[in-house]
Design a protein. Sequence first.
Length: 323
Amino acid sequence: MRSLAVKMLSPCLVISLSFNLAFAAVLNRQGDRRNLFTDRGCCKRHSHFIYVGQDISGSPVSVDVGVCRSHCGGSQRNHAPYGSGYSGYSKHTSMLDFLRTKKLRERPAPELSAAAGLEPSCPAGSVCEPTAVRVERVLLFEGLREVEVIDECRCEASPVQCVRMPALKTFFFETPYETVIDTGKCSSPAVTTDGFSCVPTKFQSVLVETPNKVELVQAVETCELKERCYRVPYLEYYYETVYSANGVKEEKLKEIDVGRCLGACSPGNRCLLRDSRHSDQCLVWAEGSSSSCSPQEYESYTFRSRNGLIRTVLAISSCKCQS
C-alpha cells in the first residue's frame, strides 16, 4: 500500500515541482531584465543625420553623428544611408530630395519625458552621455571638415559641482595614426546659480601625429561657473623698449592678457511651424543666425616697441551677448 501511494503521488509531485521551477525561471528572467534596465538602462545610441555640405562632385552629404537617447520606450527613427559607399554617410539623388529632407534631419529630436509614461534610463545622479566619440574628416568642396561622431552611449555619474571631466576622442579612426586623446569637458550640475553655467576657462594643446604633419588639438584643462557669455584669459607677448634713470636703453618682454570671448547666446525661439498634434515638435526652423558673444569693454596698453615705434594693444575686459 505504501509503495502504491508513493507511485500515485509521484506524478503530482513532478507536476508541482515542474510548475514551481518554471515560475521561478520566469521571475528570474524578469528580475534579470529589471537589473539590466537598472544597470544599463535604455541609454542607447540612435541614428541622427546632419548635413555637412557638398562633396567635390557637388552632391550633398550628410553624416550619421548619432545621439544618446535618455529615456526608455522611445521609437528609433532609422535614417538608412543610401547612395554612398561609406558607412554613416548619406547622399541624395537630387537637390530637391535633399531640400525635402533637410528640415526634418536638422531639427532637434524631441525630448522624451517621464510625463509620457516613459521610464528614466539612468539611475539618480547619472545621465545618458557619449562614451565613445571619434572625429571623422569629410572632404567637401570647400575643403576638409571635422565631424564628431558618437559610437557608444552609457549612463555616467553627474557631479553636483562644476568640475572638469574626462572626454575621450579618437582621431584618425582605423588608420595607422589612430590616437585617443582626453579632450576634457565640463560637468553639467543640475542646480546652478541663475545665469551661470559650468564652462571651460583654461585650455591646453595636445600634439597629434598625422600622415602629413603634426597638428594641435585643444583640450579643456579647467572649468568654472561663469555666465553663458564670458571672458577667458589669452596671453600675448611683445618686446618693449624702456630707458632707465641713467638713460640706458633696455629691452624687456611685456606680457598682455588680451582676453577672448567664449560661450553661447540664446537665439530665441526659431520655430516657424509646429505639429498640430504634438506642439512640442517643430516642423520648420528659421535659418536666422543667433546673437554672438562679443567684447563689451576693453582697455588699452601703450608701449614702445623694439624698433622705437609707439604701439597700442587693445585687451578685452568684459563680454556680452550682442545681436
